[in-house]
Ligand binder design. Structure first.
Ligand code: CTP
Length: 143
């Protein structure tokens, strides 16, 4: 404890059908902070902004994320308002996969975070895997 670049870090996601891309980002985030908080999107939030139903419930998804050794605390992500999360959790850095880098939404978050002194750090996205890919490959079947 105490020798990492940041003290409290925060990252978010759905983490449905937990896969290697999820594990990689949590490890990379924890490599940079002493205490990693993960906001797992609630079923309601996924319905609202992705217009789909996760395969695994919030309870299942958050229980799996909580059991990962790189994760110190899990909180429900109930809103896309990241500043609201900052007010409650007081992290100094937010991590995200670099697939979102440069998007209007994340440019907006970056500016809002700068005003309150929070750094936004993009970590390498793992190529070739996503929850959507896993679902599609199961639907197609393996032979
Ligand atoms: N992530 C990653 N590499 C991947 C997939 C996800 O680094 N190959 C990261 C995302 O950038 C995010 C976190 O893992 O920071 C949670 O991702 P999630 O919201 O669960 O996204 P996907 O697995 O990509 O799901 P979907 O296909 O539904 O978008």
């Amino acid at each position: 404890m105490g020798n990492k670049k940041y003290k409290i870090g925060y990252t978010t996601g759905v983490f449905d059908l937990f896969h290697i891309g999820h594990l990689n980002i949590l490890k990379r985030a924890k490599d940079l902070c002493d205490y990693l908080i993960v906001g797992v999107s609630t079923d309601e939030l996924v319905r609202e902004y992705k217009h789909k139903k996760p395969v695994m419930s919030y309870f299942e998804r958050s229980s799996i994320v909580e059991a990962i050794r790189y994760v110190d605390k899990v909180v429900p992500q109930t809103t896309m308002d990241k500043i609201q999360a900052f007010k409650e959790l007081n992290f100094e850095v937010m991590f995200h996969g670099d697939d979102w880098k440069g998007t209007p939404l994340y440019d907006k978050y970056k500016k809002e975070f700068e005003k309150v002194g929070v750094k936004m750090v993009f970590l390498p996205h793992t190529p070739g895997i996503s929850t959507t890919d896993v679902k599609e490959s199961i639907q197609k079947g393996h032979s």
